[in-house]
Design a protein around this ligand. Structure first.
Ligand code: GLU
Length: 500
């Protein structure tokens, strides 16, 4: 029997990280088994479902590389199937109309509470006579449809993650609503726990892989499979994603959707990799850094944890850095260019080849593209998130740079003016076209100013970059020289150094 699994998101919000993790596990299992991965959009909640959330979900799954083989199927387009299944249950006497009003149900719950009993439906309309039904209908009452659940039933399944799970029928809250209120004789909107079974059976799903928060639904769903005469799939309930305090990850933790992670500068590869680690660990000799395709070769439920999976930002950051550091500079530049452009950094625009004849000059970055590529190479080793590239290139993105107070103070304390003057004189003779030249100038100024080399380096950094921290000084200087920006920066630094 070939494996068929599905991800079944509800389009009532953007693609949530928990749903995406479930999608990753489904995809990995499908690919491991040579099976089929199906996408079903559970849009029966018409009040809360929005097409833009569906778009976001599809885009997020694609971005992560979770290609599906069938679908997207939309539940709202499958109503006839659900209505037929409700009718089947009514016809065979497994379901019945319940005419209780909301007020009656509320009063029932209050009475149960007063008796310190768990709230449940007491099955009071299960055995109405045709006359009693007719009387309620004559009152204009609209029934829901309830599915019969026997209290003395024991439901058991062999969960691929959690082992044997047992539920008592008496813990399922009494006969369950499967279709909403509707005028007698018509069928109301079917509800989640019911349609999910009709769909999974219709799509011949062999393994239902989903979050542990659905475990309480599984007992009811198994009873529905039985009543509908359908094969019961295998279940795998994956552990919840927890925050640092060990509670279920929620909006308050500042992470919700996959799109948020993308906007924060995480790569799809790193996020998909990280989600693979949220509850699963790869076998030796695999390491924690893997692609989805690599994980698919090794995936199995025997290595899925039962315990909740703590969300670990440090690990995600580490993975993201690994991914970014492995991307060729040309490709990284494609990602950085729009960010640098948005930040207003000064470089030629698209196709702006004026003054340059580089073979790349028709692409974004124009004549400055070779320079931008060197800038990318300079900052690449220290990138954790792609967005870090904005801050890390900030000191090189403009002709002039603001000299920060600590850098200005340094220039003023030591013999900063003399050092910068010495460097200016040296570059008038010999522009800094190689690191050898740069080092020669530094040595020369160290001697003529009779100071320690470290002081020269720090002063030069303060003068050229306006900051005491930043990328490799000599490499940065070479970049500034190519744009003709080192001279003007040094001149401005002299003015600052002599301002005391
Ligand atoms: N629509 C449900 C959800 O988003 C799917 C549950 C299931 O996988 O059965 O949680």
């Amino acid at each position: 029997m070939s494996v068929r699994v599905r991800i079944a998101p509800s389009p009532t919000g953007n693609l949530h990280i928990g749903t995406a993790r479930t999608a990753v596990f489904n995809w990995l299992f499908a690919r491991n088994q040579g099976g089929t991965f199906i996408l079903r959009i559970e849009d029966t909640d018409q009040e809360r479902s929005r097409p833009e959330y569906t778009d976001n979900i599809l885009a997020g799954l694609k971005w992560l590389g979770l290609d599906w083989d069938e679908g997207p199927l939309y539940q709202t387009q499958r109503m006839d199937l659900y209505r037929a299944a409700v009718q089947q249950l009514l016809d065979q006497g497994s379901a019945y109309p319940c005419y209780c009003t909301s007020e009656e149900l509320e009063a029932m719950r209050e009475a149960q509470k007063a008796r310190k009993e768990a709230p449940r439906y007491d099955n009071r309309h299960r055995d109405l006579t045709p006359e009693q039904r007719a009387a309620f209908e004559a009152e204009g009452r609209e029934p829901v449809i309830r599915f019969k659940i026997e209290d003395d039933r024991i439901i058991q399944w062999d969960d691929l993650v959690r082992g044997t799970v047992t539920w008592k029928g008496s813990d399922l809250g009494g006969d369950m609503v499967i279709a909403r209120r509707a005028p007698a004789g018509t069928l109301g909107l079917p509800l989640y726990n019911f349609v999910v079974v009709v769909d999974d059976a219709d799509m011949a799903i062999t393994h239902v892989i989903r979050g542990e928060d659905h475990i309480a639904n599984t007992g009811k769903q198994i009873l529905l499979y039985e009543a509908l005469g359908k094969a019961i799939p295998q279940f795998a309930h994956t552990p919840l994603i927890l925050n640092a305090e060990g509670r279920k990850l929620s909006k308050r933790d500042g992470v919700t959707s996959v799109a948020d992670f993308e906007a924060m500068g995480y790569t799809a590869d790193a996020l998909a990799n990280y989600m693979g680690l949220l509850g699963w660990s790869p076998p030796e000799p695999m390491t924690e850094r893997f692609t989805l395709a690599e994980a698919a070769t090794a995936f199995g439920f025997e290595r899925v944890n039962r315990a909740g999976a703590k969300f670990d930002w440090d690990k995600l950051n580490w993975l993201n850095a690994q991914v970014l550091h492995g991307i060729p500079a040309e490709q990284l530049l494609e990602e950085l260019l729009p960010l640098w452009q948005a930040a207003g950094y000064e470089f030629a625009g698209e196709g702006d080849a004026s003054g340059g004849l580089s073979p790349d000059s028709t692409k974004l970055g124009g004549a400055d593209r070779p320079w931008l590529l060197q800038l990318t190479q300079l900052i690449a080793p220290s990138l954790v998130k792609i967005n870090d590239g904005v801050g890390q290139a900030a000191l090189l993105g403009h002709e002039t740079v603001e000299i920060q107070p600590d850098a200005a103070a340094l220039l003023q304390q030591v013999s900063g003016a003399g050092i910068v003057q010495g460097v200016l004189e040296a570059i008038a003779q010999q522009p800094v076209t190689s690191s050898e030249v740069a080092k020669q100038i530094i040595d020369q100024v160290t001697q003529t100013q009779a100071v320690k080399k470290g002081i020269v380096m720090r002063s030069l950094r303060a003068a050229l970059m306006g900051s005491l921290q930043g990328p490799d000084l000599v490499d940065a200087w070479l970049l500034l020289n190519q744009r003709g920006w080192d001279k003007s920066r040094l001149e401005k630094a002299i003015a600052v150094a002599t301002q005391a």
